[in-house]
Ligand binder design. Sequence first.
Ligand SMILES: [Zn+2]
Length: 428
Amino acid sequence: MVTKTAFAVLLTSFAALLGCTVNPVTGRSQLDLMGEAQELEMGKRLYPGAIQQSLGPITDEALQEEVGRVGQSVAAVSHRPGLEYHFTAVNDPEVNAFALPGGKICITRGLVSRLQSEDGMAAVLGHEVGHVTARHAVAAYNRQLLAGAILLGGSVYMEAEDVRNRGLIGLGALVGAQLVMASYSREQERQSDELGMDYAVRAGYSPAGMIETQRVLLDLQKKEPGVVQRLFADHPMSAERQRTAEERVAKLPADVVERPLKVAQFREVSRNVVAARPAWDKAREASALLGDQKKLPEAEAGLAEAVRMAPREGVLRTLHAMALAGLKKQPEAVAEGRQGALLAPDVYLGRIVAGQLLLQPEPAAALLHLDTAERLFPGVAQVSLLRGRALEALGRRPEALTAYKQASERDPNGEIGHEAASRARSLE
Ligand SMILES: [Zn+2]
């Protein structure tokens, strides 16, 4: 987690960082406040949080392997093949994809479930790789650094297609971080479209994948504007972008244009996300009501329905547990929270919800979930506070004290830090 302190350190070394580097795509030198080492470091440090704010990785090994394989094949023929790229399919049901500086890329469940071919996925991942190779995030970061916007208290800088209304249930509050977004310019989007198609074609994919993806998204934008609003949100999937792509394809050699789309294997690996889509759409609607006490019964009913539709989806179980807990249906909430963490073991939300719900009845089990939450997404004050409470319940007072102190250090001015400090005093 990048904290205010990290940014402060970054800023004090401002003068040292100031310099020009050559842009890998354009070959032109650009004013660069972030050298490549910082770029890589930032991407690496922010990636776990970005994944967890998108509701964690999808628990589907075959799908993750496919996303990684396609992404790496496209990245290998890009302008920056030497970067350590990572590609993760995340649980966010909205249609989106984003890239952090240095090559850390996510694609959402909402988008994967609507793609028709491996070539379509290569086009999307190629577009994101294009943002990385052309260092768009770095350019935006430089702008923000110059504007001083990056210094907002405790903010986390992240580059994405869009993060407005980010998080299914206001996850920002849960993970204790606020995202600062820089949006891409129209020109940068155009450039990434071009780079993405170029990389996908060089990697052996059909350029029709790009056309197909843009058509799917344009149709979706007409039919369900709410779902797709965040993909290329500031620069919507326009007819103009599609025309430009078609013109580009027309200039390619016939044997490239005629490459068949890779469909069969893609259908197989995306089968589960496609099958679970109606349940996730239902959950997306219902969980929007979670914040409203009066609408909790409605939210619970919707989430119960989503769980009935896709009982193996751990995050849906966790969301249902949250609604049940809000309605004070404690035993049912505990059972559902436990299932959520079991079915989606690498999702921070599931671990922290299970940790919180199990605190009273089973502090030892709660502690295990909270330790995993800390590993998945380090640095969150709420996790330290809950760990302290679990340790206290287990009679491990010195460790509880350490955890409370850590919570108050992580959140020195907030409610969580305040509560932790007063619990620490009561133990001393
Ligand atoms: Zn883009």
